[in-house]
Design a protein around this ligand. Structure first.
Ligand SMILES: [Cu+2]
Length: 347
């Protein structure tokens, strides 16, 4: 065996490790690498700090252990002069060494626990003044997010928030477990049927932040994204005005109906109701029969013989949302059943 081999292997390993560094540090823009996304909230800052704190400790431990490993492999390898079947020295027990390698990890773990506990209230944004908190109900469904604002306005999949104001999300689910996660804002929180979980944060910079459902929740789990748009306070006020009045016939109602169709029904039935995971339903009579529609949306449907089933996608909706959906469908000539021609001599 050539004497050069270990040196060649070591050089190869070093080259590999060096090559991985830029990827790991996220210099490739398409890849966050080892670094978490830059945060837009103090909670996110606290999470990132904890991340780098634990990462640094792990890096030191990793380098120390790997260095010792490589050192021992080289230092204690079998020499050419040593017969293959020779036994090494038989050592049993070294109290001092064992105490050291028990105490050091214990101290490290206690240190991490203390720092994490000390930062928990910053991560959860539970300290500070809460009087100005914007409370938003987050109702998770297969397969969309319904956001309900304090005065009852509804937004689907896209949450609009004013910069600078503390937010409390009250998360629940109407079918299975989901999990709300927008990494640039804060950690994830589960939405569980029959339970209300809270998630607090304070967005400090404007921007568009993408998130998703982080709990495998069924066939369309992968298309259950969410977007948070953080805007200035005046922009927020005018957006809120734009979506107020969803419960009265008019443009705002149609807007809600359209949003509901596009972001709820269309995910399964197609934008034109042409059918996809669900059957084609364009011009289906149920769509404009509010009573039948309400029942279908609250109960779901599972006909024997038809592959798949429709979840109760409208469970928990206020009546005005069903009305808005029906109004939008009636206004859309591809979706609405053809009207009966007016009787002769009318008008
Ligand atoms: Cu989900």
């Amino acid at each position: 065996m050539g004497r050069r081999k270990p040196a060649v292997i070591a050089a190869l390993l070093a080259a590999l490790a060096l090559g991985a560094v830029p990827v790991a540090l996220g210099q490739d823009p398409a890849n966050g690498g080892l670094s978490p996304p830059s945060s837009a909230t103090p909670s996110g800052d606290a999470i990132n700090e904890l991340y780098w704190f634990v990462f640094a400790i792990c890096a030191v431990v990793f380098v120390a252990v790997e260095a010792a490993l490589v050192l021992f492999i080289v230092r204690f390898r079998r020499r050419q002069t040593t017969p293959e079947e020779a036994e090494g020295p038989q050592i049993h027990g070294n109290t001092r060494l064992e105490i050291i390698w028990t105490i050091i990890p214990a101290v490290i773990l206690v240190g991490i626990a203390v720092v994490v506990l000390a930062r928990t209230s910053a991560v959860q944004a539970t300290s500070g003044d809460r009087s100005n908190e914007l409370v938003i109900r987050v109702e998770a469904h297969q397969f969309y997010w319904e956001y309900v604002y304090p005065e009852g306005q509804i937004a689907i999949d896209t949450l609009v928030l004013p910069a600078g104001r503390p937010v409390k999300l009250e998360l629940t689910s109407f079918d299975v477990n989901h999990s709300w996660w927008v990494p640039e804002l804060t950690g994830k929180r589960d939405a569980i049927p029959g339970k209300t979980n809270e998630l607090r944060f304070r967005p400090v910079r404007e921007g568009v932040f993408e998130g998703r459902c982080a709990e495998l929740c069924g066939i369309l789990h992968a298309v259950m994204p969410t977007t948070v748009e953080v805007v200035t306070q005046p922009e927020y006020t005018s957006w809120l005005a734009l979506v107020s009045g969803q419960d009265e016939p008019g443009a705002t109602q149609l807007r809600l109906g359209r949003e509901t169709w596009d972001r709820v029904c269309a995910k399964c039935h197609g934008l034109a109701g042409e059918g996809d995971i669900g059957p084609p339903i364009a011009q289906n009579g149920t769509l404009v029969n509010e009573e039948a529609l309400t029942r279908l949306l609250a109960d779901g449907q599972d006909r024997p013989g038809f592959p798949g089933y429709m979840p109760p996608v409208g469970r928990g909706w206020p009546a005005f949302q069903v009305q808005a959906l029906a109004a939008y469908i009636r206004s859309n000539e591809r979706l609405a059943p053809p009207q009966q021609p007016p009787a002769e001599g009318e008008g």
